[in-house]
Design a protein around this ligand. Sequence first.
Ligand SMILES: C[S@@+](CC[C@H](N)C(=O)[O-])C[C@H]1O[C@@H](n2cnc3c(N)ncnc32)[C@H](O)[C@@H]1O
Length: 257
Amino acid sequence: MTDEGAFEALTQKISRERGMSCGSYKNKCLKRRIAVRMRARAIHTYDDYARLLDRDPHEYQALLDALTINVTKFYRNPETWDALRPYLAELWTVRRGALRIWSAGCASGEEPYTIAVLLAAAGAQGTIDATDIDRLSLERTRQAQYPDAAFTEMPADLRRRYFRDGQPAQEVRALVHVLAHDLTREPPPRTTYDLIVCRNVVIYFERSAQERLFQVFVDALRPGGVLVLGKVETLFGPARERLTLADPRERIYRKPA
Ligand SMILES: C[S@@+](CC[C@H](N)C(=O)[O-])C[C@H]1O[C@@H](n2cnc3c(N)ncnc32)[C@H](O)[C@@H]1O
């Protein structure tokens, strides 16, 4: 089998056996992550690596952990959160009820807890669905115990007010609901949201998977609802026609009311 053929066979095996739809991810990303594991185990061909997966369940788990890139921080890209604060305040004023928010691809939870802090600081109420495909990330989100390094971008006053010993205060914690969820194949956890934040996730997806997901997001937004993507991500396809670009630099989009 050619190298490319063996790669295809390996990704199909992972999709079949572990339910991760590798076809939705860019091959370049998958190859880079698989190479990390092959190097760690001193294995040189995809065929040999597939055989290792058959006999070593720990390696399978290590591979699945490696396939998801979980880098994150509280208040990551501060300008984006500063730009979002007035939208949150406005959504809260207009809705006059608990806001429904989705942090899609939440990694270890710094993003949904950042949103929860901003809600609390605005005196607003709401629930934040924090979802990810990665089991370890979800465990960390539930544990909610963070090292100093996670806070380097968070304004000191917010950290002082809403965290103790690396843990979010109970009022912040109570707003976040942690759920396993695969963005490439599952419908949204709820049918309507006021705010969807999905940053630094779709960058790893194939264009067609991105386009599909964007439509899912727009369908799930209420009129007047807000979508935030990552700094290097851009909305395109039919979904782009259905939202207005409220802040081009911070990738904040809005569904017409
Ligand atoms: C780089 S992190 C982004 C974390 C956070 N949103 C941020 O911007 O700081 C990407 C996250 O997307 C998650 N992810 C990758 N594929 C996914 C999928 N199909 N469904 C849900 N989450 C996925 C990964 O597990 C990882 O935690």
